[in-house]
Design a binder for this molecule. Structure first.
Ligand SMILES: Cc1cc2nc3c(=O)[nH]c(=O)nc-3n(C[C@H](O)[C@H](O)[C@H](O)COP(=O)(O)O)c2cc1C
Length: 168
């Protein structure tokens, strides 16, 4: 494991994110992971921040509300099958970690583990949670992404990056 500054691999982080990354959460003794494709690496409140967008109907949403901490695993190896699986199955019915055969690494600064693989890893504590408001949304974006699922808007969770490192 090699520690990195939060922004050291920013370009690579955003490139990997567009192909898919794992957002892992843990509450009530259950660990779950889901695939994300949208997110933000930034700097707010004089802190390094990773922002994620999670729809209300995701099991991840429930876990994040119970324990507002998460980890992000940006794979540097081909885990496309696992990303597709974790991006379509719901953790409420399926133990996705076991089904994918993932090993977990303990979080160093959070109570949420990380997926063990060749990856850029972030540990985050939620600093701000904000609901997307339909009237404030660009009309074309609303039509494209929310028309078929009204009332299933995203919640933004902005997490302070409390540790960042590369695993092999
Ligand atoms: C490539 C890809 C990217 C995705 N990005 C997001 C995202 O950013 N936010 C979100 O809410 N769902 C996203 N999803 C859908 C969730 O991963 C999917 O609904 C998952 O089954 C939710 O799991 P959960 O119910 O265990 O939380 C994405 C799916 C894929 C395949």
């Amino acid at each position: 494991m090699k520690e990195i500054t939060f922004d050291e691999h920013a370009k690579e982080v955003l490139q990997i994110l567009q192909k898919g990354a794992f957002l892992t959460t843990h509450a009530d003794g259950k660990t779950n992971t889901m695939t994300i494709g949208w997110g933000y690496l930034g700097y707010s409140w004089r802190k390094p921040v990773f922002g994620v967008m999670v729809r209300h109907n995701r099991y991840t949403h429930q876990l994040l509300d119970k324990n507002p901490q998460f980890t992000i695993t940006l794979p540097k190896e081909d885990l496309s099958k696992e990303l597709a699986f974790c991006g379509t199955k719901c953790g409420a019915d399926t133990d996705k970690i076991a089904a994918c055969g993932f090993s977990l690494l303990p979080g160093q600064s959070v109570s949420v583990p990380l997926i063990a693989c060749k990856a850029i890893q972030y540990e985050c504590k939620v600093l701000c949670k904000t609901e997307m408001q339909a009237p404030l949304l660009d009309g074309a974006v609303r039509e494209q992404w929310y028309e078929k699922m009204p009332n299933d808007y995203h919640t933004f969770y902005f997490g302070e990056i409390t540790a960042s490192y590369i695993t092999d």
